[in-house]
Design a binder for this molecule. Sequence first.
Ligand code: SF4
Length: 177
Amino acid sequence: MSEHFLLLSCCAPCSCAVISKLAADGANFSVVFYNPNIRPLAEYERRRDENARVCKEYGVPFIELEYDNERWCDLTQGLEDLPERDCRCSICFHMRLKRVMEYAKANGISAVASVLGVSRYKNLAQVNEAAAKASSETGVSYLEIEGRKGGMQELRTSLIKELQLYNQDYCGCKPRQ
Ligand code: SF4
């Protein structure tokens, strides 16, 4: 069996196609939900529960880390009014990826992947840059996983429908403008 890795997931809609494909390919992975950027708490819990439901559907372990929204707010203080894709998002990506890499390292896991760049609203290069930084700081590898091309968007759309997933209309920290 291939080496175990962690998949950082932000929500069910962004991760369903990737989880489904990895599970079908027999990949050895667990999903980690570390998203202290999501507000309010009720929204966080709703997305967490939907993500856990998708994992259960495919028999994939689901790990929830702490909801430290206070720390997220401290790190992004003063950047609240910037648009999505600006530097607040770089800080947010880096915080989440680094925490999951630290968790991986503490548990003897050498690689982390994510679905943070799957949404068409995201700048994939910005996610990969934050991941490279976190990787060099922790010594944990970052695996780039295809979530957009090769039929993945179509699979995502069909799974959202088939599993009747809750599909939110904003990223996490504030409603889209
Ligand atoms: S828009 Fe999304 S990625 Fe950007 S800072 Fe807010 S929660 Fe994080």
